[in-house]
Each structure stands twice: as C-alpha cells, then as structure tokens.
Design a binder for this molecule. Structure first.
Ligand code: SAH
Length: 370
C-alpha cells in the first residue's frame, strides 16, 4: 500500500514555529514549567502574569506562532521570538493510513533525532500513542524499535509536545486518551515521563484526566512500585509476552535480571495500591508463545489478579524472523483464557500500511546519525 504524506504538514511546509530545531539555541517554551515561564518574562522586564498568558497560548489555545498571542505586546512577542521558540519538536511529516483516520507523525528533536507518534481511533475518540525515548535499549528481538537501539531519552517538553502537536491534527483538536506505547521504554526514562505526565494531567497545563493515560512497560525492578506512589492513578500495561522465565528472557531480554516472580509481585502491589486493573500485553508469535500449554501457564500466572489480558496480533517486522500467529491460533488462545476465567481481548491492529502499528515505529532514517 502507498504511504502518502499529508499536505498539511509535509516537509515542504514546516510549521511557522519550527525554528532551527537542530542546533538552535533558542529555548523551546514547552520545555519550561509555568514558574520558569514567569521567571523568563520577568527577566525581560515584564510582569510575571505574562508567563501565565503564554502558558494558556501554549497549552490551551495551541498557538502556532508568537504573533497569535494577541494579549502580549508586539515588543514582547518580538523579543520572545528572538530568544525562544514554541516547541521542542518539529513536525517533519505526517503519514495518513488508508483507513482515513490513523495518522503517523514523524517529528524531529534536537540533535536531529527522529520521534514518532500515532493518532488512532478508539471507541471513545482519538488515542495518541506517544514515544518516551528516541529508539529503545531493551532489544526485544521482534520489535522494530528494539532493533535500532537507543538514541536518547526524550525530555518532558518533547513528550508533552507530541500531544500538543498531534492535537492540531486530531478531528476537533480532541485527543481522548494517551498511551505510552510508541518508541522507547517509559520506565527507563521515568523522571522525564513523570514530569510530562504531571503537565498532561495538571489543569494549569493540558488538563487531561490521569485515567486517560496508560503507561506500557516491560517492567524494570522497583519502578512499578514507584509508579504506584505517583499522585495520579494512571493506567498500567505490562508487556508480558511469555508465561515462563525461560521464554520471557528470549523475548524481553532485560527480564534476565528481573524475573516473573518479582514482576508479578510489583504488578500486584500496583493493583492493590491504586485499585486499578493492570493490563497484560501478549504479542502472539507463531509457534513461539501461542500453544494451549502457554495459555494454561498464563492463566495460572495471573490467577486471582485484578487484571486483563490483551492479545496483540504481531505486526511483521522484516529481519526479525518472527511471524504472527494464525488467526485460528489467536482465537483458540483467547478462548482458553476466557474459559479459565481471565478477562481477555484481542487488539485490532491499526495503521499497518504506514508502519504505525504496535512495534513498527523505528524512527526515520536520520542523516545526522553518526
Ligand atoms: N517499551 C514499552 C512500550 C513499547 S510498545 C513496552 O514494551 O511495553 C507497546 C507494545 O507493542 C509492547 O507490548 C511491545 O512488546 C509490542 N510490540 C512490539 N513490537 C511489536 C510488533 N511488531 N507487533 C505487535 N506488537 C509489538
């Protein structure tokens, strides 16, 4: 199928605020907290309140240029434009899926790194699948992002920017929920993910409900417990993919030093502490993890937990050697879990034609990469 770049934000028409992302020393305003915005305008000889006004333009009115900020003086807008830019990321390209709704955003961050986000339709409006890192260091052998390794962590501004920039492209500017299921392992960049979530949730910034945010992780020692201490009750999805340690170590290499027993203990802690149902993701790989024995072992592993299993049809990634399970095998697996009393759903793949489906985000080829 064809990949067509939409005209709206194609390379030939970069957004007006893009600035020179690679190498600019102008500060991206979305990398600052409101307090820091107030400090910035105060240092420019203005009242601190101007910082709040700028915050509203950034987070509420989704300004695309300084000149739209009509409640600031022309001089302040000019001065701001000289020393800052609006966003930390710039939209390089947008790819539209043939389904007419799913869109992939290719973004560029400082140093020329590529970041990808996907807007996809869900039952209650649009969901944004966003990235926490450029690349990923976890090296899951079936995942396109894992194959390329890690470039760097994304800053909190770069994470929030994915939401702000994607809203411009969502119908009615409306994004109902966010899932951290793009590139990267969110718990390997926990500090920045936490301050991004704080801004996504806070009514002074984006004002999105914590319940509308889900963090997807392979689970790193001690970090699910840290999530459980957050003041916001975000959704937790754990990429399980195997019901025993031997197989999981092959599919999710970092689990060699963090086994299933410990992972389950942290997950149960999260369930008890937050009262929220944890979702286990299980990618269906042909003749690897999809037998009736695997289904039974999986049922036993999660028995009695406040959880739900999400079976993910595998999206092919060239060069991995993995194939997706046939539809009949997925259905058999689903039924076995259901009969065993485990709530289970099968994910509907979206955006395969633009390589925007789960695990297909790999980052654009990047000329500045060494
Ligand atoms: N690092 C996080 C977020 C990754 S992407 C995590 O592992 O949870 C979200 C999900 O997509 C993960 O469960 C991941 O294992 C899965 N995934 C990766 N590659 C895939 C592919 N090619 N097809 C289907 N799912 C895939």
């Amino acid at each position: 199928m064809t990949q067509r770049a939409s005209v709206v934000d194609s390379v030939s028409q970069p957004p007006a605020d893009a600035g020179d992302i690679t190498g600019s020393d102008r500060i991206p305003l979305t990398s600052l907290t409101l307090e820091e915005l107030r400090d910035l305008v105060e240092a420019m000889g203005e009242t601190r309140y101007r910082g709040d006004q700028i915050g509203r333009w950034l987070y509420r009115r989704l300004a695309t240029e300084f000149d739209q900020m009509s409640d600031l003086s022309a001089k302040l807008r000019r001065d701001l434009g000289q020393r800052s830019r609006l966003h930390a990321l710039k939209i390089a390209r947008v790819l539209d899926s043939a389904d007419g709704v799913t869109r992939k955003l290719l973004l560029t961050g400082s140093g020329g790194v590529s970041v990808e986000s996907v807007l996809l339709p869900r039952r209650r409006g649009m969901t944004l699948c966003l990235s926490s890192q450029a690349g990923c260091a976890m090296r899951c052998p079936f995942c396109a992002t894992g194959l390329g390794g890690l470039r760097r962590n994304l800053s909190s501004g770069e994470i929030v920017d994915q939401y702000l920039l994607a809203r411009r492209l969502a119908p009615g500017g409306d994004i109902g929920s966010i899932v951290f299921m793009g590139m990267g392992e969110p718990l390997a960049n926990l500090k920045n993910v936490k301050s991004a979530v704080e801004r996504l949730v806070s009514s002074e910034y984006c004002g999105l409900g914590a319940r509308r945010i889900t963090i997807s992780t392979i689970g790193l020692r001690g970090r699910i417990r840290r999530l459980a201490e957050w003041p916001w009750r975000v959704g937790l999805a754990i990429s399980l993919h195997a019901p025993n340690d031997e197989l999981r170590c092959r599919l999710v290499p970092p689990s060699r030093s963090f086994g299933l027993e410990e992972l389950m203990a942290e997950s149960v802690y999260y369930q008890r502490k937050t009262g929220r149902r944890v979702s286990y993701e299980y990618v269906m790989l042909d003749s690897v993890n999809d037998s009736p024995d695997h289904a039974r072992a999986l049922r036993d592993l999660v028995a009695g937990q406040l959880c739900h299993i999400n079976l993910i049809p595998y999206n092919s990634v060239a060069g991995t050697g993995y194939r997706g399970s046939p539809r009949a095998a997925i259905e058999r697996f689903r039924q076995a879990l259901e009969l065993g009393g485990v709530p289970v759903t099968v994910r509907r793949p979206r955006g395969r034609d633009i390589a925007a489906a789960c695990g297909q985000l790999a980052g654009e080829k990047d000329e500045t990469a060494s």
